[in-house]
Write a protein that binds this ligand. Sequence first.
Ligand SMILES: Nc1ncnc2c1ncn2[C@@H]1O[C@H](COP(=O)(O)OP(=O)(O)OP(=O)(O)O)[C@@H](O)[C@H]1O
Ligand SMILES: [Mg+2]
Length: 310
Amino acid sequence: MAYYTTLGFDREPFSTSPDPRFFYLTKEHDLALTNIMIELHLKRGLSVIFGDIGTGKTSLSRMLVQELNQRPNMLFHIVLNPVYTDEKQFLTSLIRNFDVGSQMGFDPSRLDLLELRDAFERFLIHKTLEEKQTVVLIIDEAQKLDMATLETLRVLLNFETNEFKLLQLVLLGQVELYPKVAGMPNLMDRISFRYTLNPLDAKETKELIDFRIKTAGYNSRMDVFLDEAVGEIYNYTRGYPRKITRLCHQLLKELILQNQHAIDREMVKEMIAKEEAFGFDNFNMPGSPKQGTKEQYAYGVRPFSGRGLI
Ligand SMILES: Nc1ncnc2c1ncn2[C@@H]1O[C@H](COP(=O)(O)OP(=O)(O)OP(=O)(O)O)[C@@H](O)[C@H]1O
Ligand SMILES: [Mg+2]
C-alpha cells in the first residue's frame, strides 16, 4: 500500500514532479505568471525568469502552459531541454514543433538556413496577422542555451510589425543564464519583463506545506506537521521548494516507520542529521551551494536584487 494512504491522504502530497495541482501560488509566482500573461497579451516579445535551483521555474512553466491551454488564440510550444548542435537543427526543430511545414506546404529538411528563417517568419506573419493568434515559445532550462541559439532567438525577436513582436518568447533559467544574456546587450535590451524567483519566506513555507497536505486529500483535524517542525524545516531548507518537498516526503515516511501521528521538531532534526551522517545530503543536492546563505552567490551572479518589473 502506498505510504500516503496509510497516513490518510488520497494522493502523494510531496511528489517532486511539477504537477500544477500541487503548485502553491505564492505572491512571487503569481506576480511572475500574471506579468508573463500581460506581456504575451501585449505581444511585447521577451520575458525572462531567473531563479536558483529548485525555486519553481519548471512548475511555473507548467502553470503557464495550463493558462495558455485555456486560451484558443495562444499557439505555444515548450522546450524542456534546449540543446542543439547548430542553428539549422534549432530552426528545424522549431518548425517541426509548430508544425509549420505541413501548414505552409513545405518539407523543412529540404530548406537551407536562410529559407528556414524565412519560412518561420512567413508562418509567424500568417498566424499573427491573418489568424490573429499569438505564437509563444517557452524555453525551460534556458541556462543550457548556447550563444549561437541565443543569437538565433534574438534574430527571431526582430520579426515584428510597427506595434508588436511576431514571436513571444519566455525563457526560464538558472542563474547561469544571466551572464549569457548580459553578454548580449542587444538581447538584454529586448527583455520586456524580467523576474527573479526567490525562495519562500517562513510563512510561505508553512502555507506551501499546508496547501500540499490539503490538496492531497488529508482531512483530519490533527496537524501532521507541528508548527515547531515547520519552523525547523524552514530553517534548514531556507524556503527552497524542492528541498521542502523532499524533506517533507522523507518525514512522512519516517512518521509511518515510527508509528507516530505528528512530526515534531525533534523528528525533523533527526532526519536532517541522519541524511548528513549518511554522507549524502538528500536535500542539498551534490554540487549545489548551501543555498540561502551568502555562499549561494559565489556560485552564480545574483541576477537582480529586486524582484519584478523593469
Ligand atoms: N509554488 C510551489 N508550490 C508547490 N510546490 C512547488 C512550488 N514551487 C516548486 N515546487 C516544488 O519544488 C520542486 C522543484 O520545483 P521545480 O522543478 O519547478 O524547480 P526549478 O526551479 O525548475 O528547479 P531547477 O532549477 O532544478 O530546474 C518540485 O517538486 C515542485 O513541485
Ligand atoms: Mg526546472
